[in-house]
Design a protein around this ligand. Structure first.
Ligand SMILES: C[S@@+](CC[C@H](N)C(=O)[O-])C[C@H]1O[C@@H](n2cnc3c(N)ncnc32)[C@H](O)[C@@H]1O
Length: 205
């Protein structure tokens, strides 16, 4: 992330949006994480992780981020939660977990930053156990093509996804969406909860 985006995400406005809008919306869309062993990819400074622990009542979160500075910030923020949280440097495309070992993966605005974003979806599908949820809030190509995004922020440019393409990729990996994902802000964001079924109807796992 460049300096402008770092300022955009590391501020109280972003925290308010996550707490007051995104979490209640994801709960309405069916996110049920109480007691779960959760992985948050791209945790940033740990606000989402804090909400998982305090609002969602998850049992444990492994919070991963590629950026060591973000990991340091998240560790400081989350220190009071002791053994319920493990904050580490980690890549969404190479998750350090066994197959079918995790109860939920949470993605607050991360996969659109990943050049090989389909690999991140594949990794998520690999580590989730049958019946587990993938809870996501993502930024689409529609947003990334805006003048404001192109001018002030830095994202991979090749092979970005629309909302429909993101959902189609999930379905390729066998995910089902019991509630349809929603788009927000003229299609800039896609938000939803996908479930890995007990048996995969088609496609790779
Ligand atoms: C837009 S920020 C979102 C941060 C936080 N989730 C939030 O909602 O405020 C994207 C974060 O993803 C991290 N990131 C980018 N690529 C990643 C990858 N491949 N694996 C893990 N984290 C990644 C960045 O370092 C950054 O902290």
């Amino acid at each position: 992330m460049n300096r402008a985006e770092t300022m955009l995400v590391n501020n109280r406005g972003r925290a308010w949006l996550q707490r007051s809008y995104e979490v209640p919306l994801l709960q309405r869309l069916g996110a049920r994480l109480a007691g779960a062993d959760v992985v948050e990819i791209g945790c940033g400074r740990g606000v989402g992780t804090e909400l998982l622990l305090e609002r969602w009542g998850v049992a444990h979160v492994t919070a991963l981020d590629l950026d060591p500075a973000m990991v340091d910030r998240a560790r400081r923020r989350l220190a009071r939660h002791g053994g319920r949280v493990d904050v580490r440097i980690g890549d969404a495309c190479d998750l350090p977990f066994g197959d079918a070992s995790i109860d939920a993966v949470v993605d607050f605005g991360v996969i659109h930053h990943v050049p090989a974003w389909r690999d991140a979806v594949a990794e998520t599908a690999r580590v989730l156990r049958p019946g587990a949820q993938f809870v996501f809030e993502e930024v689409t190509r529609h947003a990334l093509e805006r003048w404001s995004y192109r001018t002030f922020l830095e994202h991979p440019e090749h092979d970005r996804f629309s909302a429909e393409e993101f959902i189609a990729e999930l379905e390729q990996h066998g995910f089902v969406l019991p509630e349809p994902a929603v788009t927000r802000f003229f299609g800039d964001f896609v938000i939803g909860v996908a479930v890995k079924p007990a048996t995969t109807p088609r496609g790779p796992l």
